[in-house]
Design a protein around this ligand. Structure first.
Ligand SMILES: C[S@@+](CC[C@H](N)C(=O)[O-])C[C@H]1O[C@@H](n2cnc3c(N)ncnc32)[C@H](O)[C@@H]1O
Length: 278
């Protein structure tokens, strides 16, 4: 067994510096995600599961498989290295902002409000947007996308263990969710009224071409650009400028400020920006 560059004892010995560097290069190429050195043990743990699932004995072979399309392993590799941490009504100030805009939209426009939840992870953010819109009495077309196909599967199922919904009040639960019975006891599933508001799609924010999408009134891009480098963040904000209607809202994560340098985006609240082209 190779030991050079081992981290955290013998078990990690197979993910040497070369393999780690290659894994970092590949995830940057496929998803734009930059991984720092201290993520090496995390990468080891997450890829080890894939290595075992593929019946392989070392990371060099595994990383070769990832590059050998059509092995199908590239998708699982990306899924394994994304971080899907999320919650219902995470960073609640954005939902208050959205609620206000939804009420105005309802009064002024005859069309549904178009909202893009662009890194929806396991769906909690998209369903929180849908609940907000429904409560505001504003029709909405919501697109929820993510690069991670496993996370998207959970998101579109709209089915969560009760404990995931502990932040929701009883009233909210009753209004928007159905409690499971018999085999589904302990789970809640989203009501059809909410389900019909959200469409799910795999979309890589870093891919050179996005599918043709009509412009949006609001884009949520929260806690994903933090994984991208500065150039990628700059490209992203320029692309969002082409996807938003004038006056549209862009909500980003609590540690992100990438829209701040762009002339067409003006701050309009905590980590929230309005698209105001000249
Ligand atoms: C930490 S979660 C954020 C979830 C949610 N937006 C929130 O703030 O609670 C980051 C999500 O970004 C997704 N992601 C990472 N790179 C991506 C890319 N290049 N394109 C689209 N989604 C990406 C991951 O799969 C993950 O689900």
């Amino acid at each position: 067994m190779r030991t050079a560059g081992a981290v955290h004892g013998d078990t990690a010995a197979l993910l040497g510096p070369q393999e780690f560097a290659l894994a970092c290069r590949l995830i940057a190429e496929y998803a734009g995600i930059k991984l720092s050195d201290h993520k090496r043990y995390m990468v080891y743990n997450r890829l080890l599961r894939r290595l075992r699932a593929r019946g392989l004995e070392n990371f060099a072979d595994y990383l070769q498989l990832v590059q050998d399309e059509p092995s199908g392993e590239r998708e699982s590799f990306v899924n394994a290295l994304t971080t899907n941490l999320t919650a219902f009504f995470r960073e609640p100030h954005h939902f208050e902002l959205l609620r206000g805009r939804a009420r105005l939209h309802r009064e002024r426009e005859r069309r549904p409000m178009r909202i893009w939840c662009s890194a929806c992870a396991t769906g909690e953010e998209a369903w929180s947007i849908a609940m907000t819109m429904r409560e505001a009495g504003c029709a909405a077309d919501i697109l929820a996308s993510d690069i991670d196909t496993d996370a998207l599967e959970t998101a579109s199922a709209g089915l969560y263990p009760m404990e995931r919904t502990s932040a929701l009040s009883d009233e909210t639960l009753r209004a928007h969710w159905l409690r499971g019975t018999a085999g589904n006891a302990g789970w809640v599933s989203v009501r059809p009224e909410l389900r019909s508001m959200v469409k799910f799609m795999q979309l890589n924010l870093q891919s050179p071409q996005w599918p043709g999408l009509d412009p949006f009134d609001a884009v949520f891009c929260r806690n994903v650009a933090i994984y991208f480098d500065r150039d990628a963040q700059k490209r992203l904000i320029t692309r969002f400028a082409t996807m938003l209607r004038p006056g549209g809202l862009l909500a980003v994560g609590h540690a992100e400020s990438f829209p701040a340098g762009h002339a067409a985006f003006q701050g309009c609240g905590r980590t929230a920006y309005e698209y105001l082209p000249a």
